[in-house]
Write a protein that binds this ligand. Sequence first.
Ligand code: GLU
Length: 311
Amino acid sequence: MTDRDNTAEDAVAPYIGRFAPSPTGPLHIGSLVAAMASYLDAKVHQGRWLVRIEDVDGDRNVAGADQHILASLQRCGMDWDGEVTWQSRRTDLYEQALRRLGDLVYPCGCSRREIADSQLGLTGRQAQALIYPGTCRHGLAPGKSARALRLKVPQSPHCVIGFDDRWAGHIGQDLTDEAGDFVIKRADGFWAYQLAVVVDDGDQGVTDIVRGADLLDSTPRQLYLQQALGLPRPRYLHVPVVVNALGEKLSKQTGAMAFDNGAPPDQLLQQALLPAARFLGMDVQADTIEGFWRAATPAWAQVLRNLPISR
Ligand code: GLU
């Protein structure tokens, strides 16, 4: 036996989770659901829970929204581990990753209009997602200058990526047909979400990603990037997204009610925490915020027992 045998650390599999909001506005019931699920999953697995502000998209950031979100998490009693990170302060890491990707990356001179024109005649999902036709794959056409950077996705054979989502079960995507060569640095100079999220999750040692199902479609691109960068694959759990009466994902634009950091604790409990817990399928009774978390942790463990795939 060595000193390291049977230590407390070894008894529990390491777990690092995270909540990664984009600071495009205050927290609302939809983003609170994602925050709550990732927080509780970390608690149930005795793991660490990190918070990372995903502010790479400079055009969509709203001044002060990051601090507002952090204050809301604290008001709800969701304390994070370690320091909060901001993606806008980590661009050196994205540059390094770009260099590691080497020849898989190429400059693209096409405008959105040109890509859309190349898809006339396509229908449904394919057309909506603007699959890149590969125009600049073998070099910029004469007279074009580089706008964005794209990552090559194998064409032949097709690149098919599958993973087991703890909530949604097995998900497969033909990346060649359904995503195509995708942007990792945008024409406006901002790093693309897909690259930044993969680099950060890898760098921060995230083992478990719990987030909204609107990101299920992005996951195969992220798995492909992880492979290309030699990063380990985390586990995934995508919770359903809260929608409005029109079936649209809740956001500021679709009428979500902003989180009120000045509201008294009882109101936060009744109007935010308990409804979010119910949405996640948890049966929680509580009169205080502390009592809520005491009851919610075993309630989440119960939700997990009914999922198709256990951790
Ligand atoms: N920043 C993304 C959002 O707010 C979430 C990204 C993620 O969890 O991977 O929708």
